[in-house]
Design a protein around this ligand. Sequence first.
Ligand SMILES: [Zn+2]
Ligand SMILES: [Zn+2]
Ligand SMILES: [Zn+2]
Ligand SMILES: [Zn+2]
Length: 374
Amino acid sequence: MPSSSKEDGTAAAAQQLGSMSLGGSAVERNDEDNDAGEPTAKNGATPTTKKLCSACGKKSDTLKKCNGCKCAWYCDKKCQNKHRKEHKRECRPIKEVLDKRGGRLVVGTEKDLGPLGKVPPREECPICMRALPIHARLHVYAACCGKFICGGCNFQYQIKSTEVNAKRGQREPPLPLLPRLCAFCRTAAPPSNEELLVQLRKRVELKDPNALYNMAVEYGNGQLGLSVDQAKCIDLMRQSSGLGCTEAQLKLGSFYDSGMMGLEQNEEEAFKYEKKAAEGGQLNALYNVGCFEAKNGDLVAAMRHWRLAASGGYKNSMQGLIAFYFENGLIHHGDLAETLQAMYLARGEMRSEDRDQYIKHLKMTGEYREEYEH
Ligand SMILES: [Zn+2]
Ligand SMILES: [Zn+2]
Ligand SMILES: [Zn+2]
Ligand SMILES: [Zn+2]
């Protein structure tokens, strides 16, 4: 884990803030969301224009604004209720800040961040064609075909295979069980670690950046029956990074940042790799780069990177934006709202019933960790 965690980033930003004037002569902005006095609709939300519904993603001129944070818009009560569970983590803290300010959306100390950039689209699951979930635990790398398959599709396919085999087992006489197959290319899953290694090595020879990354991780952790080999891990990681794998770039950044895997701690190298990964749209890296920048005193650049990471769906970054930058009046309510909209849109694209079911399954089996949905 990189030491430039959210806490560090926020602490660094707080330190910087101490030396800044908050009561300065920041420019007042004509905020379109500054709609004090606007009539409130019957259901407690205020009407607005040209936004996307945070729940279903539909565009409409008659969306209703969430009355708590004034940052989210919905088609109707139904959409709002459907989204409550996802939204409350942002809504509550934003509302708390607004309440403390007596409901004022603009305080006059906000920084001008410019337009919200766009992160490159996430790789899609080749089965459901939805953007892959952010957390690595929520998708699998199939060394047979070199594809990332989302946990939802993989889980559904395994359930179906188990059902088919259960039926075969009930026949008289029972039919032989079918082997486990890859959910995408239908190659038989390797029955042992040795065979999985053979499969992975083949893709490593093909210089598949994701295979190089996965093999590096195996060597680094000493998995699949391999003994830990830090030099090999770093070598493979560098190859993968050179071929553009942002996960490998992020990992190298965090190894340098904390002096791990046999590397000497080197902040400059860490920043170089994290930046590379961030340029490729790696959300965690965008967030980490923001932490570095806050530490070095560039709060505006830090906010831009956190905003970008949040707009790609990275919740941690949004939490930081609210808890530190919005709380201290550094980010416009309008910019926060725009980022939140983008975040919900991105997260909506990563959600499906199959994926929800997979998460439910992980919760049931005790394998679920809260960070999976950050
Ligand atoms: Zn809707
Ligand atoms: Zn809200
Ligand atoms: Zn899928
Ligand atoms: Zn496959």
